[in-house]
Write a protein that binds this ligand. Structure first.
Ligand SMILES: [Zn+2]
Length: 152
């Protein structure tokens, strides 16, 4: 009887353990879908493997017209030019995204805790978001993941 009880509690413990692990899996696995078949290998490497483009390599660093930045993979509207600023880091930077444009996850690569953000629509990686001072955020974006469309 005692043994049966032990078995029962062991099973109960295991199911609790798997229930505790389930949300972790749901939060940390992001499904990414390549929609744009014209993407370069470098774009795919950033979007799928969370690589980073060379700083100061993106022409979007110097883009200062009014308009919107879209996902280079699925076309979703992500940032307004009103949120863009010159961060001096060499990557196109924004203080905020359009509502619901991105989802985030915690990234422990490079031995530090960073918040990675990915397109809420297609799931591909775009960059990391940093807390900049007290309240301001900095979305540090790979220009290769963005397409700029000027406002008419
Ligand atoms: Zn997308």
């Amino acid at each position: 009887m005692n043994q049966l009880r032990r078995k029962f509690f062991k099973l109960l413990g295991l199911s609790f353990l798997s229930m505790a692990l389930l949300p972790y899996k749901l939060v940390y696995s992001v499904s990414k879908k390549i929609i744009n078949s014209d993407l370069s290998e470098e774009q795919k490497n950033i979007m799928l493997n969370e690589a980073t483009e060379r700083p100061y390599s993106s022409p979007l660093n110097y883009e200062d017209r009014d308009g919107f930045f879209h996902c280079a993979n699925c076309g979703a509207k992500l940032f307004s030019s009103k949120a863009k600023f010159d961060s001096g880091t060499g990557w196109p930077s924004f203080t905020e995204s359009l509502p619901g444009a991105f989802k985030t996850k915690i990234d422990y690569s490079l031995g530090m805790k960073r918040i990675e953000y990915h397109c809420a629509n297609c799931g591909v990686h775009h960059g990391h978001v940093f807390a900049n001072g007290s309240q301001n955020k900095r979305f540090c974006s790979n220009g290769l993941c963005l397409i700029f469309k000027p406002e008419n």
